[in-house]
Design a protein around this ligand. Structure first.
Ligand SMILES: NC(=O)c1ccc[n+]([C@@H]2O[C@H](COP(=O)([O-])OP(=O)(O)OC[C@H]3O[C@@H](n4cnc5c(N)ncnc54)[C@H](OP(=O)(O)O)[C@@H]3O)[C@@H](O)[C@H]2O)c1
Length: 376
């Protein structure tokens, strides 16, 4: 990938700051998100294993947005700079750094640096001109990925890998029903399911988005939008596409009504993967109030009579509990990207100054796959 060099002196830049948690993401977007000047990091204050990255593109993901109201399980203390994942160019590398050098194009690991991480590098979110990371938290950008694609790689594809492969044990020849398939993790799930050799039935609410989902490899797409704008019953479509048998696996990143309808079109003994709840984001209280007053509910009679395995699939939390699951997952995702087998789709790009528009686009569902901001 060709890109402009980093200037010799690190100039002042800009960063996004969330000044306090919102009641909801729209409240945070309209009232608590500011763009402010940012001094360049001073190498004299950094560790010998650190790198400074000039951020060229940062993902504006669902998790970034829901974090701004404290309705995500992991909560940074405001004021903070969001941006779980970014890609850019190494502008400075400490004397002990071995894996990258100045001028390399890299992507960040959102579990080891930025607001989703634990510890000292939490302060360095990617919605900024500059970020600092320990060297193990940056990887050379694999294959032909652009900066925009690279910052949409790890979180999305590692999630889909964890859900489908580690938890779901998806095998060649099986059929998987992917909900939220036009989303960032959903498109990753479609692509990984096809690599595994499974048949994919993908759902969504918009024909335009479903066209991209089909391009990503889905064998069948099914609309879930009813004429009144509510949920359209899709059980008969899925049953027809599986010869009456029902699917082997459900990948559910949407939650709410769609989950219950899904339980009616699975085969006996199917695996039901709980990935997220994009349709019911206000499970927890706003402003970081915790609790789960609006938790999703699944009918135990259907789970019991169909002998289902209902599997919670939190990729980051599972990794904290068992760090050994990470290396094979990370290696596989980077290898697939290197080989050109997986390619993140990015539909929306904004300058950093238009961060509110970027967040609104993600929150409103206008985005297909990823949205990014460009600090310069
Ligand atoms: N398990 C994990 O480790 C993990 C990791 C990352 C994210 N997640 C969770 O997974 C879920 C999806 O994340 P994502 O990053 O893929 O989000 P995303 O990019 O915003 O995609 C969500 C998709 O859900 C669909 N959807 C259906 N009903 C919706 C509704 N009422 N409101 C909004 N979207 C709706 C949309 O597709 P259509 O418009 O086509 O219907 C949208 O493309 C979120 O709950 C997120 O927190 C879980």
């Amino acid at each position: 990938m060709a890109y402009d060099a980093v200037p010799m002196t690190l100039a002042e830049g800009k960063r996004v700051v969330v000044t306090e948690l919102g009641e909801t993401p729209p409240d945070a977007i309209e009232n608590h998100v500011v763009v402010e000047p940012m001094p360049a990091p001073d190498p004299k204050t950094l560790e010998p294993n650190d790198v400074i990255v000039e951020v060229r593109s940062a993902s504006v993901g669902w998790v970034d947005v829901i974090m701004t109201s404290g309705q995500y399980q992991h909560m940074p203390a405001p004021p903070y700079t969001p941006g779980l994942e970014y890609a850019g160019v190494v502008a400075w590398a400490g004397p002990e750094v071995k894996n990258v050098k100045v001028g390399d194009a890299v992507l960040s690991d959102g579990l080891l640096t930025g607001p989703r991480s634990l510890g000292a590098y939490r302060a360095w979110g990617g919605w900024a001109s500059w970020a600092v990371a320990p060297s193990e938290a940056v990887h050379k950008i694999p294959g032909e990925l652009s900066f925009d694609q690279a910052c949409n790689l790890l979180g999305n594809y590692e999630t889909a890998y964890h859900c489908l492969i580690a938890r779901g044990r998806l095998r060649a020849g099986e059929t998987v029903l992917v909900h939220g398939a036009s989303g960032a993790t959903g498109l990753a799930a479609v692509q990984i399911s096809k690599i595994v050799g499974a048949k994919v039935i993908a759902t969504g609410r918009s024909e335009e988005k479903l066209a991209i989902v089909r391009e990503a490899g889905a064998d069948h797409v099914v609309s879930t939008r009813g004429e009144d704008g509510g949920l359209r019953a899709f059980r008969d479509d899925v049953k027809a596409l599986t010869g009456g048998a029902g699917v082997d696996v459900v990948y559910d990143g949407v939650g709410g009504d769609i989950s219950v309808e899904s339980l009616r079109c699975v085969r006996f003994g199917a695996r039901f993967l709980i990935v997220g709840w994009a349709a019911t984001p206000f499970v927890a209280k706003g402003k970081g109030g915790r609790g789960a007053p609006n938790a999703n509910v699944l009918p135990t009679n259907l789970i019991m009579m169909k002998g289902l395995d209902v599997l919670g699939c939190p990729a980051a939390i599972s990794t904290l509990h068992d760090p050994s699951i990470r290396p094979p997952r990370l290696a596989q995702v980077l290898a697939w990207a290197e080989e050109g087998k997986i390619t993140p789709h990015v539909s929306h790009r904004f300058p950093l100054a238009e961060i509110r528009e970027a967040m609104r686009a993600k929150w409103s569902g206008a985005v297909i796959g990823g949205a990014v901001i460009h600090p310069r």
